[in-house]
Design a protein around this ligand. Structure first.
Ligand code: DLL
Length: 444
């Protein structure tokens, strides 16, 4: 019998790890957890103090469920111990540093031993193959290089699988398109917002997308909706995969979708996942949404125990049709910190994106402006019209704005003013993550 299209394309970088029977996996995870707990207790004074305060000793970890006895690690702990306070090895054993962009006062600086960079390359090799990328592909890496983990992570993973790598970095969008055309790029890696800018530029250059050989896009580092996925796929003529990761664990490579796009597979022999209730901090059962928490099981430089990501999702443990047994989480809709409270109603920017991207008359370029006028919160969504719709004039725009407003009010249970802008009014993302929310209440 002929294989289904997807089955024929499934490639698995490390079947021993990714298709491991669950019982065996749990034994491996327990061994690694016991080792890392012992390791940090003896090497990181922060953890010794935290474990002592929680009255837990390394030898108390006898089953995987005993992880609940361990304290959480929070971003504030890393900030308070900047730069080296959480490190488990001296600088001479560190071969590279990466850091967050530092929206807080100080960035978070993570050190990698040689084994850590090898583990990261392994996680990224698995990630590429989750998306069906092989040595035959030409990968154009338009994530930021330098201290941001995006560029480096995709770079070392592509080298590991033997793909042809173009280390383009972000920006200079017309040149990106020239490279794609001339070098026959088959895989594009960048943030979803930058992918949108590339698609937009391609259209404005009047280049037919069939001239490109793109077939796969691996996009992450920020939340993006299914509607955004469809827009990018149409604009660039590729299949878009969602990749997740964060600097504190290694960078990209913690989890990624496979060919079935049915949740993101977690590399859980390396990063142990939990989802906890953000208020009670109690672990939640599979399927229930909460704060995603990770423990690094093999990291030597800066291992982290029960790190609260503040990203919201739920876990699933059913094996996937792709043959992997790794657990998955649902596409992340936002961070706990991203939640806007508008007159007491909780609103996530992704809910707004889902509504406005349903309208063909609107371009996928928008900004959310929150303010407080006479002690009342206000919410305005500015969104660009497409060229064709803009040409239809003011009345058409007024009618559409009213329609979108009604739909949005229904979806988010908060009233929003809709302003339809002329095409190409809002600034385009040339690098990195989009900033679509301007909360003037926080600025004042
Ligand atoms: O963004 C690492 C990365 C680079 C991931 C390239 C994927 C691709 P940080 O700058 O430390 O690291 O930001 C991590 O970004 O906690 C999430 O809030 C958010 N994030 C990352 N990937 C996704 C995603 C990199 N696929 C923070 N969906 C995380 C939603 C994401 N949010």
């Amino acid at each position: 019998m002929a294989l289904a299209k997807e089955e024929a394309r499934v490639v698995i970088w490390n079947p021993a790890a990714e298709c491991m029977p669950l019982e065996e996996k749990r034994m491996l995870q327990l061994r690694r957890l016991q080792r890392i707990v012992e390791y940090v207790y003896h090497r990181v004074p922060f953890y010794r103090k935290a474990f002592d305060e929680h009255k837990v000793k390394p030898e108390d970890i006898r089953t995987l469920d005993d992880i609940r006895r361990l304290p959480f690690t929070k971003k504030t702990d890393l900030v308070a111990n900047y730069p080296f306070g959480m490190w488990a090895v001296p600088l001479e054993e560190i071969v590279r540093l990466q850091s967050t962009s530092g929206t807080t006062a100080k960035p978070i600086v993570m050190g990698y031993t040689r084994n850590d960079t090898e583990m990261w390359a392994e996680a990224m090799a698995r990630t590429y193959q989750l998306c069906g990328v092989t040595a035959d592909d030409v990968v154009q890496n338009a994530y930021g290089y330098a201290l941001f983990t995006g560029g480096m992570g995709f770079h070392i993973g592509a080298e590991k699988i033997g793909a042809t790598l173009i280390p383009a970095g972000p920006g200079m969008t017309q040149r990106q398109i020239m490279l794609m055309l001339d070098l026959g790029t088959t895989v594009l890696t960048c943030t979803p917002s930058y992918a949108l800018t590339i698609a937009d530029t391609l259209a404005s250059m009047n280049i037919d997308r069939s001239k490109l050989k793109l077939r796969v896009g691996i996009f992450g580092a920020e939340p993006w909706t299914e509607e955004m996925r469809r827009t990018i796929e149409e604009g660039l003529g590729l299949e878009a995969y969602d990749i997740y990761g964060f600097t504190e664990m290694c960078g990209p490579g913690v989890a990624c979708e496979c060919l079935y796009h049915d949740g993101l597979h977690i590399q859980d022999d390396l990063f142990y996942p939990e989802v906890v209730d953000p208020d009670t901090e109690e672990p939640l059962p599979p399927g229930e949404k909460g704060d995603l928490v990770f423990t690094s099981l093999t990291r030597e430089g800066v291992p982290l125990i029960r790190y609260r990501t503040k990203d919201i999702t739920s876990l699933e443990y059913e094996p996937c049709r792709c043959g992997r047994t790794t657990p998955r989480f649902r596409k992340i809709t936002g961070r706990i910190d991203d939640m806007l409270i508008i007159r007491g109603v909780n609103v996530f920017p992704s809910q707004i994106e889902t509504v406005i991207l349903q309208y063909r008359e609107l371009a996928p370029q928008y900004q959310i402006i929150v303010d407080r006028v006479k002690n009342l919160d206000t919410l305005e969504v500015q969104v660009e019209a497409t060229e064709e719709f803009w040409a239809q004039g003011e009345e058409a725009r007024r009618n559409l704005a009213a329609q979108v407003q009604a739909k949005l009010t229904q979806a988010i249970i908060a009233t929003a003013d809709i302003t339809i802008l002329a095409p190409r009014t809002l600034p385009r993302i040339e690098a990195g993550k989009a900033r679509r929310v301007v909360d003037k209440r926080r600025l004042g």
